[in-house]
Design a protein around this ligand. Structure first.
Ligand SMILES: Nc1ncnc2c1ncn2[C@@H]1O[C@H](COP(=O)(O)OP(=O)(O)OP(=O)(O)O)[C@@H](O)[C@H]1O
Ligand SMILES: [Mg+2]
Length: 240
């Protein structure tokens, strides 16, 4: 099967601090791949290396068959960072239109994609407000809409649903499933176990290492538990 992301023996140190240790990970095209792990386990660091915002200390990363970092590949990636990178003094619409221009979308296409993405995250009626007047959840939703603007082949979403209410969370996950059916690949980090359940494959990180990975059902049967949360505890060595 074709892989969208290949991470080979990646180690990342910040000065003397080791944050990722010999990570191997492959995301097949067309999968929803979830990364879970406690705060500080290295999820965001790994995502930034995959997107090419930083370079590994050791190891190799390929995205869409291209060694990273590579600027051209970014046209095919929709990246949603853990901290929102928005312009507070611009309106929601102006933010979206700014990013749409960066992605070189034509005017008519821009309008259409902005309408689709805003509707998806339920922000259509707030687009003329300045982002500084948005709530935390609204900013998350705008960031997600921006990641979807250019209809990217690969979505990389770092905790996309933090601060988003359950109803909208469900509709976002339904949309992720729909995008998957159209052949998109999605890499997502989450702390929410019912979101992890919806992934085709999961990696569990702790202290910069992958403890275990596989489909949710495979992991549960491997560790002989009924809940993903318990897989995590077992894999980390806690007896239940
Ligand atoms: N630029 C940096 N310089 C030094 N240390 C860093 C840097 N970036 C991250 N770290 C450290 O790397 C470790 C992993 O951080 P990271 O943000 O990847 O964790 P995370 O799994 O995404 O956590 P969370 O669930 O809270 O988002 C932490 O100990 C963090 O302090
Ligand atoms: Mg993080």
């Amino acid at each position: 099967m074709n892989s969208a992301i290949r991470v080979g023996q990646v180690t990342k140190n910040f000065g003397k601090k080791n944050v990722l240790n010999n990570i191997d990970l492959t995301v097949d095209s067309g999968q929803i791949y979830g990364m879970i792990g406690p705060s500080g386990s290295g999820k965001t660091t790994l995502i930034k290396l995959i997107v090419g915002m930083d370079a590994p200390t050791k190891g190799k990363i390929e995205v869409l068959n291209t060694p990273m970092p590579n600027l051209n590949v970014l046209q095919n990636i929709g990246y949603m960072a853990q901290s929102d990178a928005l312009y507070p003094e611009l309106t929601g619409y102006e933010n979206m239109s700014f990013f749409a221009s960066l992605y070189k979308l034509k005017k008519a296409e821009q309008k259409e994609r902005i309408a689709y993405a805003a509707d998806l995250v339920d922000l259509t009626s707030h687009l003329s407000k300045k982002v500084e007047a948005y709530s935390g959840g609204m900013k998350r939703r705008l960031s997600l809409a921006i990641a979807l603007l250019h209809d990217p082949q690969l979505l990389i979403l770092d905790e996309p649903t933090v601060g988003i209410d359950p109803e909208l969370r469900l509709s976002i996950w339904n949309e992720l499933s729909r995008l998957k059916k159209t052949g998109k690949t999605i890499l997502v980090t989450t702390h929410v176990m019912d979101e992890a359940e919806k992934c085709d494959c999961l990696s569990m990180l702790r202290d910069g290492r992958i403890l275990t990975s596989g489909s949710p059902s495979k992991l549960k049967s491997q560790y002989q538990v009924n809940q993903l949360e318990d897989v995590f505890l077992r894999a980390g060595g806690t007896s239940l």
